[in-house]
Design a protein around this ligand. Sequence first.
Ligand SMILES: C[S@@+](CC[C@H](N)C(=O)[O-])C[C@H]1O[C@@H](n2cnc3c(N)ncnc32)[C@H](O)[C@@H]1O
Length: 228
Amino acid sequence: MTSENNMDASQMYPREIECEDGTCLTIQQSYVGDVGCVVWDAALVLSKYLETKGFDRRFGELKKRRLLEIGAGTGATGLVACKFGSDVTLTDLEEFVPLMELNIKTNLSALTGTATAKILKWGEDIGEFNPLPDLVLMSDCVYYPEAVQPLVKTLCDLSKDGADILGCYEERTIGQNAEAHQLFDKLMEPHFSVEEIPREDLDPVYNSDEIHVMWYRRKDGPTQDQPS
Ligand SMILES: C[S@@+](CC[C@H](N)C(=O)[O-])C[C@H]1O[C@@H](n2cnc3c(N)ncnc32)[C@H](O)[C@@H]1O
């Protein structure tokens, strides 16, 4: 059983996310651990996009949305949505559940929707995530080729009732990023149409040439075969 109580306070340092209404979310990050222990810039850009008029225009308001974040790490992006009333499920590998739980607990008084943290390893059965979300968030999750096929399977499974997927990534030339992105685009193409959110629709401060917010919509029907 995982618990936020397992987190060592001396290893933690906060990141404040200021929302448009002046309230701040405090996201605890860890000096120790894998890449999900910190809030990545793509997560900030996506979080701040959720607060824009452009988001409202395309996706409607956040209140009462059933939202699931994959590869959530600290859970920052999902928690911003929860602050504005979405019911969110933050998911990641098992080792990140205590950090996501800690961040839910830290921000509880600011959250107006419900938030839970759960394990979701890409490619595995999503049976426990019923009813399915109507919006899936994903920030900086495409960075190693071995994970791409299971990731696309999970995105197909989660969106089989038609959920939109909002993904955000930072262009990088290091490591296997480019290869992973190429494979991701190829495997997504048969199942999703993709549209980049124009930079002028992003938050006027939290945007960058290198960070892209992408909107994926199912183009195949719910009965089509999923990649295995
Ligand atoms: C670069 S971090 C991004 C974290 C967070 N979304 C952000 O942008 O701040 C990538 C996240 O994907 C998660 N991840 C990587 N492989 C995964 C897998 N096979 N199944 C589920 N999550 C995975 C990592 O644990 C990590 O939290």
